[in-house]
Design a protein around this ligand. Structure first.
Ligand SMILES: Cc1cc2nc3c(=O)[nH]c(=O)nc-3n(C[C@H](O)[C@H](O)[C@H](O)COP(=O)(O)OP(=O)(O)OC[C@H]3O[C@@H](n4cnc5c(N)ncnc54)[C@H](O)[C@@H]3O)c2cc1C
Length: 294
């Protein structure tokens, strides 16, 4: 590393340490993701106030250090070499209150807590409100974008703005927030008066998904005419393995970590699944899992 960059990075660490929150260096990303995979991050900053998150992003941009906001890490695959920049964790930004008939949640609020506040259709999805809004996460009973009234974001240009639902451009497991790499700070959500009981959704999930083994949920997006899991199953890939990464025998759109899986194992398995499904159905499965390649 050039001396000037090294000095710049040391000064960034010093300034981050002065902000409200916690700073750690060389944190294994396997500790921060549900897949339990990933080499070290250069530094991890966990702000205890949203203003510190904004400041942290501004400092990283000024020092030209790559940065990424991470919530529950339940949709992410970090590479074995790790992440050469600043991970900003939202874990301590967990405020939630009622305001004008809306539930106003900070980005780091766990989705499980939101379920208790009248969003039963999200029952069983791991992760945080921020990650869910960016990914427009949901179940067959509904997705979070349906309930969003507004989102307060930090734009890549460093502006703090409040976007209405339309401006967020929610679509299937996607949003404008994801495309333009905005940081989500707070979300205003309208609770739904009815829906299936969370216990029913949880029982369905336990019956149909691998529980107890690390994963990042569904790996591939469902193509328009058939679920990805069905295609992978029919292509004969249930139980297929690369190292300790395995296509779940219970739900073929999940790849599970049997213990010591590396990102390279997962990526080899992803490639094998895509090629075999292409051969069987002339269809290329697109990733829903987010691979962080910086
Ligand atoms: C067992 C299991 C089951 C799952 N089931 C479902 C399901 O039924 N439906 C479903 O939709 N998903 C499911 N998922 C995937 C995942 O839980 C959801 O997508 C979840 O909402 C992601 O939230 P997160 O906080 O973990 O996001 P992360 O994985 O931390 O991040 C996901 C993306 O959002 C970005 N991000 C996170 N927080 C912010 C923020 N505050 N501001 C800006 N960007 C941010 C990250 O940079 C990244 O690009 C499942 C995952 C697992 C492990």
């Amino acid at each position: 590393m050039a001396t000037s960059t090294k000095n710049g990075n040391q000064s960034l660490l010093r300034r981050l340490r002065a902000l409200p929150g916690e700073l750690r260096e060389g944190v294994p990303l396997a500790e921060l993701t549900t897949f339990r995979i990933g080499g070290p991050a250069w530094a991890v900053f966990t702000p205890s106030r949203w203003e510190a998150l904004v400041e942290g992003v501004a400092l990283a941009r000024k020092c030209e250090v790559p940065w990424r906001v991470v919530g529950g890490g339940s949709k992410l695959l970090f590479l074995d070499r790790g992440f050469p920049g600043l991970v900003i964790l939202t874990h301590k930004l967990r405020g939630c209150r009622q305001e004008d008939g809306l539930v106003v949640a900070e980005a780091g609020l766990r989705l499980g807590e939101l379920v208790e506040a009248g969003f039963c259709q999200l029952a069983g999805i791991p992760g945080t409100v921020g990650g869910a809004v960016v990914m427009n996460s949901g179940t067959r009973y509904g997705q979070i974008g349906d309930r969003v009234e507004w989102v307060e974001v930090l734009t890549p240009e460093g502006e703090l703005v409040r976007w209405g639902k339309e401006e967020c451009e929610f679509s299937y497991r996607n949003s404008r927030l994801r495309q333009c790499r905005c940081a989500v700070l707070r979300v205003g959500l309208r609770p739904s008066p009815s829906g299936p009981p969370p216990a029913l959704i949880l029982a369905e999930r336990r019956a149909g998904q691998p529980v107890g083994l690390p994963s990042a949920g569904c790996v591939f997006r469902n193509p328009p005419h058939a679920p990805a899991g069905w295609l992978i199953d029919r292509a004969g890939l249930k139980g297929a393995r690369e190292g300790d990464a395995m296509v779940s025998p219970k739900h073929a759109n999940f790849i599970v970590n049997l213990g010591q899986a590396r990102a390279s194992d997962v990526l080899r398995l992803v490639d094998r699944v895509q090629r075999q499904v292409l051969r069987a159905f002339r269809l290329w499965l697109k990733l829903e899992l987010e691979v962080v390649r910086e």
